[in-house]
Design a protein around this ligand. Structure first.
Ligand SMILES: [Zn+2]
Length: 178
């Protein structure tokens, strides 16, 4: 399901149920997968040698999970840039790079609506809450959380969004010239 939701009206209970299932692509957020352990370091990631070179980084979140089947650690990194052009640049430049023998994957990060917001309550975490407290804007792209995207499909979608924003900037000639 693709939907565009506008305005700041309070969602009805029915609407809230359907909004719970949505993930919203955050176009200034990137999700990096597959980094070697020693690079999962905020200072290193922010440096100009790594992700700092693509723009102004507002926030870095590191996450570590254990693969229940292999017992191996899986590292994920979320980087918020000041704007979506910087995030797009990071995806185009860094996805599929081979770093210390590992191929890293970089896609847009997603977020959800805050449950407090959907139940029409005031969120106590206010600004610290990482979820959305308003309906998505016209530019936002939403995907159903039940859709099981493969990483490749998601990557394709990420690149399509970037292409679209390039077209909107009217600089397509740079890329379409032969
Ligand atoms: Zn919240």
């Amino acid at each position: 399901m693709q939907s565009r939701l506008l305005g700041s009206f309070i969602p009805s209970r029915e609407k809230a149920e359907s909004l719970k299932k949505l993930r919203i692509i955050k176009q200034n957020l990137i999700h990096i997968h597959g980094l070697p352990k020693h690079l999962v370091d905020v200072k290193m990631l922010k440096s100009n040698e790594y992700f700092g070179q693509y723009g102004t980084i507002k926030n870095v979140v590191l996450s570590r999970k254990i693969n229940p089947e292999t017992g191996k650690e899986i590292y994920s990194v979320y980087i918020t840039y000041e704007n979506k052009t910087e995030a797009a640049c990071a995806i185009l430049c860094a996805d599929s790079l081979l770093i210390y023998g590992k191929i890293i994957r970089v896609v847009f990060g997603t977020t959800k609506f805050c449950n407090q917001f959907l139940s029409n309550k005031k969120c106590r975490k206010s600004e610290k809450c990482k979820f959305l407290h308003q309906l998505a804007s016209n530019e936002d792209i939403t995907i159903d959380a039940n859709t099981n995207f493969s990483y490749d499909e998601y990557l394709k979608l990420s690149k399509k969004i970037i292409e679209q924003s390039i077209l909107n900037l009217n600089i397509k000639n740079i890329f379409l010239k032969r």
